[in-house]
Each structure stands twice: as structure tokens, then as C-alpha cells.
Design a protein around this ligand. Structure first.
Ligand SMILES: *[C@@H]1O[C@H](CO)[C@@H](O)[C@H](O)[C@H]1NC(C)=O
Ligand SMILES: *[C@@H]1O[C@H](CO)[C@@H](O)[C@H](O)[C@H]1NC(C)=O
Length: 443
């Protein structure tokens, strides 16, 4: 249909005129006798493009339109229109010319072959020239004299169409299979990776690949495990390690004080003690080790948790010193008549909170008089009644701790021994001045 503007009056009249003109002006003498192809009227054979080409009659025919008419070329013909006529010139659009079926000469070649310029038969590439009837899902393969429609790799012909093969149905993959158009892909479960054949799955050593274990990592089949060093425990997240507070588990780990440290614990002892076998505390004998500050005129006395420097000469008038720890009241001195004849200094140390009653010190008389009777008593230093004396026999007695005591504190007890011999009307008194240090601890 010729798309004239609908507003143009008398278009039917013009249309009739045009047909008349086209018929009258058709060139009949442009035939090429050697050509195999003959074009319809208004077209000429173009050997370069091997197509029929529109002839521009407005240029090739002298005075194609007469008088006041203007010539407008058109596929297969031309138009003569009044110069004043408004034409929507769609007739000569830039698009490709509509295909014009060539007039076929009989083909001297076999089917699938065509003659070339040298008149020998060459194969027709049906695939390239779109002369095949392969489906869009099929691949076209040119063959000598024909062509073939085949399915691409991974596709299979079902009826006329090529259908994707579901390779996953054939268990090609060790773990998981993902079917893809024309192919497939294997996938592995977490903790595995595809092997070199792209089908089997091999364990991933996560420990070598930055597994997030804080301390120790153990690879295992398909996964990994985090572990902690001794003294640490694995956090609930499975990766991080937190220190175990061993001290909170038991109060018996250390005799005195437990100190938690990263990954371990240690026992500490109070001042004056040293650690024994990792958990026990042992008193340091400063007097023995030489760590004391006592002077030449002093005697070092060790006790639980410390030591004391005491003057070597502790005798006070009217007593005179007769040996390192023994003071004597001379019988010749009238002041000594009512006094114990001797005072002997002794020192001992006990720990706190001992179970009672506890024997703490044994007094032994060294009487030179056979048949003498010795009586023992605590003369001073026991106002609280923390001690008592248990007589063992005529020559010895035991000092007994009666109540549990807690240090640090010290007692100075005067233990008096009265020796009597009725036959000789003899009576003598001597005192053992016992200093009892009570340490601050139970050890
Ligand atoms: C495995 O897949 C990779 C990546 O797609 C490829 O380069 C390689 O050739 C494949 N190996 C095998 C054995 O198919
Ligand atoms: C203990 O003293 C008593 C009373 O004086 C006396 O009878 C007894 O023989 C003495 N015993 C010893 C073992 O000396």
C-alpha cells in the first residue's frame, strides 16, 4: 500500500494515473542473455551483490515525467506527481530493499552445489546462507552437498528438539551436582574442595588455611577442632581459649594462698615461709640460714613465721648468769632466800589453732638426790588458763595446751619445779622461764 497522506483529496485518481505511467515506461531491452538470473521490470542484475537492483528510472529515462510532473523513483518503477502534490515520501526509505525473488535458471549442479563464476559446481554452505531448517536449539554443520543438524555437547535429541542432559542423574559427582545448560558442575560439602578431576572432593586442612583456633588446631575429615593448652578451656564458641581459674576449683591446692596465672596457678606463702613441694609452706629458720639481724650479744630464736633476737644475758639482780640460758641466785645473797634458786630460759614455737589438749613441753628434773619428790606448777604467765601441767612421775611433767589459741602472740610461762626430800628436810625451787611463740598460721 502506498502511504499517501489521508488528507490528500483525489488520491484514488493519482493512484490510477501512476499505474498507467509505470506500465508505459517499463524498459524491455536491458536483458543480458548470458546471465542466469533475470530481474523483473524496474530491476537490473547486479553481479557484485548477486541481487536484483532497483533501476532509478528518474535518472536513466530521459524525460521520464512530462510537463509539470516531478519524477519520484520507486522500487521496480517510478512515480510522476504534480509538483504541488504533498507526498509523504516513505517510498524511498533507507531500509534494505524488499527481497525480490530472482528468476531461476535451471541449476546444472547436483543438489547442494551451485555453479561458481568458472561454471564449476561448488558446495553450498546451507548453514551460512540460512538455507537450513535446523531448530534454534540445534547446531547446523555444513557437509559436502548437504548439512546436518546436531545437538550441542551436553544436549540430547528428544523428538525434533535438543534437550539438556541432566548429568547429575548419572552420579558424576562425589558430593553434590549442579546441572547447568549443556554441562554440570560438582560441588563439595563444607570442609572439602574439588579434587583435580573436578568430581571428587578432598578434605580441606582448615588448620593450614587460617582456621580461627586461638591456640591449637586439629584437622579432621571434613572439619577441624580447636583445642587449648593445658590450663585453658575452650570457650563456647569453639575457637577461643580462656584461662582456667584453678584456684576457684579447690581451696586445698595451696596451703596458704593460690594465685591464678594464665594457664597455670602458683602457691604463695606468707612472709617468713618458703614454698615446699609446690603447695606447702615451710617456716624459714632465719637463725639457721643466717638471715637474721641479731647482734653478737644476742641469741637468735626462730619461731613459726619469724625470729626473735634475745639478749644472751637475761639475768637480773640478784641473779647472776652462769651459762647462756641459766641464771642463778647465789645462796650467799640474803635476797635469794625466798627466790627460786635458778631461772632457766627456754623458747618454743607452736602453730595456731592446734587441736587440744596438746602436749607441748616436757619438764624433766635432774635431781641429784635419790628419793626426792618434784612438784611442778605454772607460777606466772597463765592468767587465761590456756595451759596446765600434767605430772608424769616424780621427776617429770608435761605442759599441756588447754585451749586452741590463735597467733601471733607469745606467752612467757614460769614453770616452777619444787624438789623435796623429806628425809633430809630439803626443799629447793627452780624456774623454767618458757617463752611460747604462737605463729599466725596453722603451719
Ligand atoms: C577443572 O575445572 C577447572 C576450572 O573450571 C578447569 O580449568 C580444569 O581443566 C578442570 N579439570 C579437569 C580435570 O576437568
Ligand atoms: C616418788 O615420791 C614418793 C613420795 O615421796 C615416793 O614414795 C616414791 O618412792 C617416789 N618414786 C620414785 C620412783 O622415786
Amino acid at each position: 500500500m502506498l502511504p499517501f497522506a489521508s488528507c490528500l483529496p483525489g488520491s484514488l485518481l493519482l493512484w490510477a494515473l501512476l499505474l498507467l505511467l509505470l506500465g508505459a515506461a517499463s524498459p524491455q531491452d536491458s536483458e543480458e542473455p548470458d546471465s542466469y538470473t533475470e530481474c523483473t521490470d524496474g530491476y537490473e542484475w547486479d553481479p557484485d551483490s548477486q541481487h536484483c537492483r532497483d533501476v532509478n528510472e528518474c535518472l536513466t529515462i530521459p524525460e521520464a515525467c512530462k510537463g509539470e510532473m516531478k519524477c519520484i523513483n520507486h522500487y521496480g518503477g517510478y512515480l510522476c506527481l504534480p509538483r504541488s502534490a504533498a507526498v509523504i515520501n516513505d517510498l524511498h526509505s533507507e531500509g534494505p530493499p524488499p527481497p525480490v525473488p530472482p528468476v531461476e535458471h535451471p541449476n546444472p549442479c547436483l543438489p547442494g552445489y551451485e555453479p561458481d563464476e568458472q561454471e564449476s559446481c561448488v558446495d553450498v554452505d546451507e548453514c551460512a546462507q540460512a538455507l537450513h531448517d535446523c531448530r534454534p536449539s540445534q547446531d547446523c554443520h555444513n557437509l559436502p552437498g548437504s548439512y546436518q543438524c546436531t545437538c550441542p555437547d551436553g544436549y540430547r535429541k528428544i523428538g525434533p528438539e535438543c534437550v539438556d542432559i541432566d548429568e547429575c542423574r548419572y552420579r558424576y559427582c562425589q558430593h553434590r551436582c549442579v546441572n547447568l545448560p549443556g554441562s554440570f558442575r560438582c560441588q563439595c560439602e563444607p570442609g572439602f574442595q574439588l579434587g583435580p578431576n573436578n568430581r571428587s572432593c578432598v578434605d580441606v586442612n582448615e588448620c593450614d588455611m587460617g582456621a580461627p583456633c586461638e591456640q591449637r588446631c586439629f584437622n579432621s575429615y571434613g572439619t577441624f577442632l580447636c583445642r587449648c593448652h593445658q590450663g585453658y578451656e575452650l570457650h563456647r564458641d569453639g575457637f577461643s581459649c580462656s584461662d582456667i581459674d584453678e584456684c576457684s576449683y579447690s581451696s586445698y591446692l595451696c596451703q596458704y594462698r593460690c594465685v591464678n596465672e594464665p594457664g597455670r596457678f602458683s602457691c604463695h606463702c606468707p612472709q617468713g615461709y618458703q614454698l615446699l613441694a609446690t603447695r606447702l609452706c615451710q617456716d624459714i629458720d632465719e637463725c639457721e640460714s643466717g638471715a637474721h639481724q641479731c647482734s653478737e650479744a644476742q641469741t637468735c630464736v626462730n619461731f613459726h613465721g619469724g625470729y626473735r633476737c634475745v639478749d644472751t644475758n637475761r639475768c637480773v639482780e640478784p641473779y647472776v648468769q652462769v651459762s647462756d640460758n641459766r641464771c642463778l641466785c647465789p645462796a650467799s645473797n640474803p635476797l635469794c632466800r625466798e627466790q627460786p634458786s635458778s631461772i632457766v630460759h627456754r623458747y618454743m614455737s607452736i602453730t595456731s589453732e592446734r587441736s587440744v589438749p596438746a602436749d607441748v613441753f616436757q619438764i624433766q628434773a635432774t635431781s641429784v638426790y635419790p628419793g626426792a619428790y618434784n612438784a611442778f606448777q605454772i607460777r606466772a604467765g597463765n592468767s587465761q588458763g590456756d595451759f596446765y601441767i600434767r605430772q608424769i612421775n616424780n621427776v617429770s611433767a608435761m605442759l599441756v595446751l588447754a585451749r586452741p589459741v590463735t597467733g601471733p602472740r607469745e606467752y612467757v610461762l614460769d614453770l616452777e619445779m619444787v624438789t623435796m626430800n623429806s628425809l633430809m628436810s630439803y626443799r629447793a625451787s627452780s624456774v623454767l622461764r618458757l617463752t611460747v611463740f604462737v605463729g599466725a598460721y596453722t603451719f
